[in-house]
Design a protein around this ligand. Structure first.
Ligand code: SF4
Length: 317
């Protein structure tokens, strides 16, 4: 659908002569008539369920988070159930999702809401933002989805969509970029349809304006500044190079009949408070012929993201 109008570059001076109304309007029409993306928490109004889904989805793909969300809701249908559960049970359910600090914060926040707030989830943005493990994005998502409060979400999908539609080359991870994009996102947001709009722009970024965008079928292609200039693949711009660190974790398994020696991690590092075998961390891979070591886990850390490369299991005598 083309309206023949041009979008106003609202990022200049943080002001707009036309506050993104056209963009939001067309996006909402697409959302109503063509957006078929299904997720169990879509349209949900219960702040507990929205909060849970948002914490699970931090640093996690929707496809991966789905079954965790369903398991959590089935096991802990409300915040009191989650608050009362032993931490080991909650961690067990979280197993495999990674970023275990999220799980720790989940438990702390559930106890706080259940006990201190008597089960009443905070209803305003500032109070939601005070919850442990909740940042600007998550607070905006909860405030807009649960209460339709006018707070624009700004996640990777939204950065990508806005940078392309409005052709913004300022790096999204720079201080200036964050300011420009948050002003723009907030300016465009239709205040009365905040929840619907926030979900729509994230869905649009997930299914059409993807990292490899579907410009040929995109209803914004007649007005998308990046596409009209043929530079959609160059946006958004990032300033910082991702640092990758390699670590070698070698585990020593000490057994006594049916008992195995483990210890709890306490340092300020990955897997805090989780249990593991005795660890020897080395700069390089441990010599594979060593008789005491059965494997080496090679870990690459990319910001907060971790991949595991399991070493070969060695035969021991
Ligand atoms: S035309 Fe392409 S780059 Fe522009 S919004 Fe649509 S999918 Fe994204």
């Amino acid at each position: 659908m083309s309206t023949g109008k041009k979008f106003v570059p609202v990022h200049k001076n943080g002001k707009s002569e036309e506050p993104g109304g056209l963009f939001a309007k067309r996006l909402l029409i697409w959302n109503k008539n063509q957006n078929t993306r299904q997720m169990p928490w879509k349209g949900e109004k219960d702040p507990y369920k929205i909060w849970l889904s948002e914490i699970i989805l931090q640093q996690t793909r929707v496809e991966q988070g789905l079954k965790y969300y369903e398991n959590f809701i089935r096991t802990f249908p409300d915040v009191h159930a989650l608050a009362k559960a032993p931490a080991e049970k909650v961690f067990k359910l979280w197993e495999g999702l990674g970023y275990y600090s999220r799980c720790r914060n989940l438990i702390i926040t559930a106890k706080f809401i259940s006990k201190d707030l008597k089960g009443n989830f905070p209803k305003d943005f500032e109070s939601i933002l005070q919850l442990k493990g909740v940042g600007n994005y998550t607070a905006s998502a909860i405030a807009s989805f649960a209460y339709n409060l006018p707070y624009a979400v700004l996640d990777g999908n939204v950065f990508r969509v806005l940078s392309r539609i409005f052709d913004i080359e300022t790096p999204i991870d720079s201080t200036e970029g964050k300011k420009i994009f948050s002003t723009l996102a907030q300016t465009i947001l239709p205040p009365k349809k905040a929840g619907e709009y926030n979900q729509a722009i994230m869905d649009f970024g997930a299914v059409i304006c993807k990292p490899y965008p579907e410009c040929k079928i995109c209803f914004f292609s007649d007005q998308c500044k990046a596409y009209l200039k043929g530079k959609q693949d160059l946006l958004p711009v990032k300033e910082k190079k991702i640092k990758i660190r390699e670590r070698w974790l070698n585990y020593l398994i000490l057994k006594n009949k049916d008992q195995v020696l483990i210890h709890q991690r306490t340092s300020n590092d990955i897997w805090q408070q989780l249990f593991e075998f005795l660890l020897i961390e080395t700069e390089k891979a441990f010599p594979s012929a060593h008789p005491f070591f059965f494997s080496s886990n090679r870990i690459k850390t990319k910001r907060n993201r971790t991949w595991f490369f399991m070493g070969k299991k060695l035969r021991t005598r």
